[in-house]
Design a protein around this ligand. Structure first.
Ligand SMILES: [Zn+2]
Length: 279
């Protein structure tokens, strides 16, 4: 996504230049299951962006709707068949996270019950704007393709209510990170820790800028304003950001988010250095 305001987002460049934001998805091959964390925008969004996300959001975010960037094409480029994606874990239901769900017709969707309930009920104007079009998605996905998770579960590094996911190995779990949306979750993956921190935590939209994870946190004003405008619950969001900050100080935990390219660029650089080292 390339909204105007590069200087405001990145601290360099001109305010009228376009910045760079991404939709950071994960593909996890567990040998028995093929799992996606979020989908980003999908082929249907690329085919008809105005119908799918509306003209105002299209103008504001200016997503680069290139088919090669859709998760389904990237999964194929990695040598996998999208029909073999068995599971999609959704951090939350904003369109930039669920737009590509239809590109994976055989995947079971895992979502927090509170998020599902917010979509069904649409009690506030905020929810109505946010989830317009989502009941259609849910309607088609309900039944045994749709797994919902209520509050409860184990403790994990100060987070209450860590939950295992139906049919998935115990190395993958979700932690509730409400705030941005009511049923927002983070996805925790135990990577085994070979050549990297053991735990990878995809925090979705629970925070926007890497500097928010510093012990002396900072956040560019534009992200502060954005987060305040879209949040469902300020107190929970700020509490969870603090919890994530404490987590991020650990050597055995790597915390990433959805939209900041910093984490993507870092992952690419690490992957390249591993490849070079292996040669
Ligand atoms: Zn988002």
């Amino acid at each position: 996504m390339t909204p105007v305001g590069k200087r405001l987002m990145e601290g360099a460049g001109a305010p009228w230049q376009r910045g760079r934001l991404i939709c950071h998805c994960l593909l996890v091959d567990t040998e028995t299951r093929l799992l996606l964390v979020d989908t980003g925008f999908g082929l249907r969004d690329i085919a008809d962006p105005v119908a799918r996300i509306g003209r105002p959001l299209k103008l504001l975010l200016n997503p680069r709707f290139a088919e090669s960037e859709a998760a389904v094409r990237q999964v194929q480029a990695l040598g996998y068949d999208p029909a073999d994606v068995t599971d999609i874990v959704l951090t939350h239901h904003d369109h930039d996270h669920v737009g590509g769900v239809d590109d994976f017709p055989n995947a079971r969707l895992h979502v927090h019950a509170i998020e599902a309930e917010s979509i069904r009920a649409q009690l506030t104007l905020h929810d109505k704007v946010r989830y317009s079009g989502q009941p259609e998605l849910m309607g088609r996905r309900e039944g045994d393709r749709w797994s919902e998770y209520s509050i409860g579960g184990d403790q994990w590094f100060g987070f209450r209510a860590v939950r295992q996911l139906h049919g998935l190995p115990e190395e993958i779990a979700i932690i509730p990170l409400p705030g941005h949306s009511r049923g927002h979750v983070g996805v925790v993956i135990d990577t085994g820790g070979i050549g990297r921190p053991r735990w990878l935590v995809h925090a979705g939209d629970a925070f926007m800028h890497p500097d928010e994870m510093l012990t002396d946190p900072r956040c560019p004003l534009v992200f502060k304003v954005f987060q305040s405008l879209v949040q469902a619950d300020a107190t929970s969001r700020l509490y969870n950001a603090q919890q994530l900050r404490e987590l991020a100080t650990r050597d055995d935990v790597e915390v990433i988010n959805s939209h900041n390219p910093y984490y993507w660029d870092r992952a690419r650089a690490t992957a390249q250095s591993v490849e070079v080292g292996a040669q």
